[in-house]
Design a protein around this ligand. Structure first.
Ligand SMILES: NC(=O)c1ccc[n+]([C@@H]2O[C@H](COP(=O)([O-])OP(=O)(O)OC[C@H]3O[C@@H](n4cnc5c(N)ncnc54)[C@H](OP(=O)(O)O)[C@@H]3O)[C@@H](O)[C@H]2O)c1
Length: 258
């Protein structure tokens, strides 16, 4: 039986958690999933921004959450089951970068703060969500937002913690996918190239050296547009990817193929 694209990528009625939903890639992902009929718990520290988002989109539930606080992460999973009775998709998107600094001058605290947000929190939320999915015997899709810097250094930007965290996330994804495959819980990554968000704001002015760095290094000669992540997102959130796990979908204008 052949199916049409809207059936293959259908996410209508599913329940998701998206961290880092108050801006940039996370906010765009919430919009895309909610537009597809999903109900989305949108999590971040800036609750006012989440509430504004929820006021413009049906199906968005704003929840204040600091991803470095395990109780906050547990509350997201609990809210999914209390409000909707299940959880289908978890997107570990919240992230930060270290200020560019030579590694020999980066403090242990600066390094650890990035690892805490970009890697430790992903493990903790994935673990809590998977435990609930296993208990309820339901399938799930966990999507970790990695980076081109999961594969290549940040040179010349000097961001050791960011690169370490995003590279670790690929390994974590493989390991968790192996452990949870038998429960039909898939764990995959999306690895974006450079996209205009608060994180990359200083690199997006067309006259800035950062913009020159992006356009020179990207074979497609431009940053990505946020909506260019929608295809990878819907692939991994829908039944289009029911036999994919432990993988990374790279959306980078060719950055890592050189
Ligand atoms: N933009 C790019 O070019 C690019 C490329 C590759 C990968 N990425 C990855 O994409 C993800 C999203 O980044 P973005 O580019 O969209 O940047 P962004 O606009 O700065 O968004 C970062 C998000 O993370 C949240 N966040 C940060 N620390 C948090 C914490 N302790 N607890 C809860 N939420 C926290 C922020 O919300 P609050 O401040 O409200 O908490 C915000 O919603 C990150 O993992 C980033 O590494 C981005």
């Amino acid at each position: 039986m052949s199916r049409i694209a809207s059936e293959i990528f259908d996410v209508d009625g599913r329940i998701a958690i998206v961290t880092g939903a108050s801006s940039g890639i996370g906010e765009n992902m919430v919009r895309t999933l909610a537009a597809g009929g999903m109900r989305v718990i949108a999590a971040a520290r800036r609750l006012d921004r989440l509430e504004t988002l929820a006021s413009t989109m049906a199906g968005v539930v704003p929840m204040r959450c600091d991803v470095t606080n395990e109780d906050d992460l547990k509350a997201l999973v609990a809210a999914a089951y209390e409000q909707f009775g299940r959880l289908d998709v978890v997107i570990n998107n919240a992230g930060k970068s270290d200020a560019p600094v030579k590694a020999e001058e980066e403090t242990a605290a600066e390094f650890a703060a990035v690892i805490d947000v970009n890697l430790n929190s992903c493990f903790l939320l994935a673990r809590t969500a998977a435990a609930a999915m296993i208990e309820h015997a339901t399938p799930g899709s966990i999507i970790n937002i990695a980076s081109v810097h999961s594969f290549v250094s940040s040179a010349p930007n000097n961001q050791a913690a960011y690169v370490a965290s995003k590279t670790g996330l690929i390994g974590l994804t493989r390991e968790l996918s192996g452990q949870w495959s038998r429960h039909n819980i898939r764990v995959n990554c999306i690895a974006p190239g450079y996209f205009p968000t608060e994180l990359t704001d200083s690199m997006m002015g067309e006259d800035s050296s950062g913009y020159g760095y992006i356009t020179k290094r990207t074979p497609m000669r431009r940053p990505g547009r946020l909506e260019e992540l929608d295809g990878a997102l819907l692939l991994l959130a829908s039944d289009a990817s029911t036999y994919m796990t432990g993988q990374t979908v790279v959306v980078d204008g060719g950055w890592t193929m050189q």
